[in-house]
Design a protein. Sequence first.
Length: 315
Amino acid sequence: MKKISIIIPCYNEEEAIPLFYEEINKISKDLENYEFEFIFVNDGSKDKSAIIMKKLAKKDKRVKFINFSRNFGKEAAMYAGLELCSGDFITTMDVDLQDPPSLLPEMINGITNEGYDCVATKSTSRKGYSFFRKLFTKWFYKIIGKISKTEMIPGARDYRLMTRQMVNTIINMKEYNRYSKGLFSFVGFKTKWIDFENQERVAGTTKWNFWKLFSYALDGIVGFSTAPLIISSIVGIIFCLISFIIIIFIIIRTLILGDPTSGWPSLVCIIFFVSGIQLFCIGIIGQYLSKVYLEVKGRPIYIIKETNIKEKKHE
């Protein structure tokens, strides 16, 4: 009997966890030919999420929990689940039920009967998102699609069913700054895409504000493209040429017309503009340097405080 591991990152989701468990339990009963394990990863929650997970684990041996020592982020939570799961097929799902468990049978069929290594999902709408979030997401995928050699699918979600071979490949990439959507695409493997309408949260509130999304987008761009460094270099060369032309123009103009003081406002504007470009380029370099700094230190991606997973049995 094949085993399916479902990894569920949680951060302050005490309201959603029972609802998710009830829903996924229904789906698992319909898939009686498969064994299941539900791995709830508590990413440093400050509510009763950990208590609820333990209660579920006591009444259902399929429920596993991982409690982090603090909040490490969703990427770390997914990685911990991928490292410690023991299934033949593995999926990651949001606990708020924005990733419909009802798609699991179709995803399983894609791997077992159609020969795919991964069956991934993408939302066809941004229902429930604010106007600015929709706009930001749209432009992010346009930009990264142009500058990255790794394919980024608009609307792609972390919800996907993967074979053990694909998961083993992903967990071997132990980089500290993780952008899973990019990593899933980078490793390749034959992938089938399933479209679905974006779902509303069943409980609780989103933990993703604008700045977290912006930071996550930067991780994606910096992690999968060096184009910003090339752009900053090109901009630097262009402005050096422009400066050289302006210097020649000023020298010739001074020799012919003298040195009028009426041009100082334009000079100040040019100085401010060029300085802004320089700071922008330095900022791009700083982003890459900061990522290198974090990688070089070699700190763990996550730290487990408590878990009921004794050992990983599947390699």
